[in-house]
Design a protein around this ligand. Structure first.
Ligand code: G
Ligand code: MN
Length: 395
């Protein structure tokens, strides 16, 4: 089995395989893959006689190959570099999908049998090609990790608020806190990447902490709605800290369905004590995925937030009206309230009113904004009726 270097990040599985295959194919003393990234080329996977991979030789060979000074095939490597053992060199660059160089895949040393030729270079090139996607994916992960760690360390996440309008009382019932990142990171992408990289809890907890700063600006009868994925809700509820400090009666926890719930009874039993303290639950994006019905049945939420994919175009589409009616019925049966998300037109708003939707949210009624004046305006609208004109043009 090829050994892997402990430094320079764990090499990917295919890369290890490629080194192993290169070693078997070329039948030279040693095969290796080296990464150039952190200044000094570093061996990340090797097969064969690794004692030959000395700390000064490998970087020299890698730099020379990528600079075009060392050919891909060289029958007498020691003639090129006096410190190299006698024998043949076979090496090609390893590249990312955009063509930039990751490092080198190479073999060198003595060989018995036929001499190597251009077809062996082509085979090594082929092997290098098999790891392009994996290297690119790993780099992407690394970059995401760096970026997200920086966001978490610097608490570089702001909150935009969007009003949720109670359609019967015609007032701003609450605000949804939406995470916004500097540098144009898309929130859904950032949270998905954080979950994949094991940073989901930290990032979501940060978003919750930042969102709670909005609370003092709200009227006493308005709620703050915050997003949390079920897995993170479970962790946070168990570990206590972040959720325990919630002013329960003023907060609605929106459970998104972007991750599966492993165990409903478990999550319910963790959330139930918090609900008894006044915390309200919403099922977010209902109708968008596969499990929103299950979420609703299992959690008996206080709010069902109908996804904008069902809401948009509802006025002109009977099927959408039927689908939304089913959520309204479910809500009626369980004492929940329905909120339509992503309302952008008067026609859709009017159709939603006819269907018995309780509350609505969307660009028509107010775009997400972090402008304090805007938020203060919505807070004042806690009692005064709002008309169905755009409350804010801010983005
Ligand atoms: O999944 P959730 O409902 O929390 O997603 C809210 C997202 O939808 C936010 O990023 C917000 O900016 C966006 N959003 C809010 N209102 C509208 C709307 O009327 N139309 C569209 N297209 N997006 C909206
Ligand atoms: Mn939401």
């Amino acid at each position: 089995m090829p050994e892997t270097a402990p430094t320079g990040g764990a090499p990917a599985e295919r890369l290890i395989q490629a080194v192993e295959l290169a070693h078997r194919h070329a039948r030279l003393d040693v095969a290796f893959a080296a990464a150039l990234a952190q200044g000094r080329p570093q061996v990340v996977a090797a097969a064969g006689d690794q004692a030959l991979l000395t700390a000064d030789l490998v970087p020299r060979l890698c730099r020379a190959l990528t600079a075009g000074e060392l050919p891909t095939l060289m029958p007498a490597l020691d003639a090129f570099d006096g410190t190299a053992p006698p024998g043949t060199w076979l090496g090609v660059p390893l590249r990312y999908a955009d063509g930039s160089v990751y490092g080198v895949l190479a073999c060198f040393g003595r060989r018995t049998g036929r001499p190597l030729d251009q077809t062996d270079v082509e085979f090594l090139d082929y092997l290098a090609g098999t790891v392009t996607a994996e290297l690119t994916h790993a780099r992407r992960r690394l970059r995401w990790r760096e970026e997200l760690c920086e966001v978490i360390d610097r608490e570089d996440l702001s909150i935009a608020c969007q009003p949720i309008i109670d359609l019967r009382e015609e007032r701003v019932a609450g605000l949804e806190g939406l995470a916004r990142f500097s540098g144009g990171l898309r929130p859904d992408e950032a949270f998905a990447a954080a979950r994949e990289l094991g940073l989901g809890v930290e990032l979501e907890a940060l978003a919750i902490r930042q969102a709670l700063d909005v609370l003092p600006h709200l009227s006493a009868n308005q709620y703050l709605s915050i997003n949390v994925s079920p897995g993170v809700a479970l962790r946070l509820a168990r570990e206590g800290e972040d959720l325990d400090r919630l002013p329960f009666r003023r907060v609605v926890l929106e459970l998104t369905e972007n991750t599966a719930v492993d165990s409903y009874p478990e999550l319910r039993s963790e959330l139930d004590p918090l609900r008894l303290k006044g915390l309200r639950l919403a099922i977010d994006d209902a109708g968008a995925g596969y499990s929103s019905m299950r979420h609703i049945v299992e959690f008996r939420p206080d709010f069902i937030k109908v996804d904008r994919s069902l809401v948009q175009g509802v006025a002109a589409d009977r099927a959408r009206r039927m689908a939304i009616s089913s959520f309204v019925l479910l809500a009626l049966d369980s004492g929940a309230k329905t909120v339509a998300e992503g309302v952008e037109t008067y026609d859709d708003l009017s159709a939603l009113l006819d269907l018995g939707i309780d509350a609505a949210q969307g660009y028509l009624l107010g775009r997400p904004s972090s402008d304090p004046t805007c938020i203060a305006g919505w807070s004042r609208s806690a009692r005064t009726p709002v008309t169905c004109t755009p409350l804010s043009r801010a983005t």
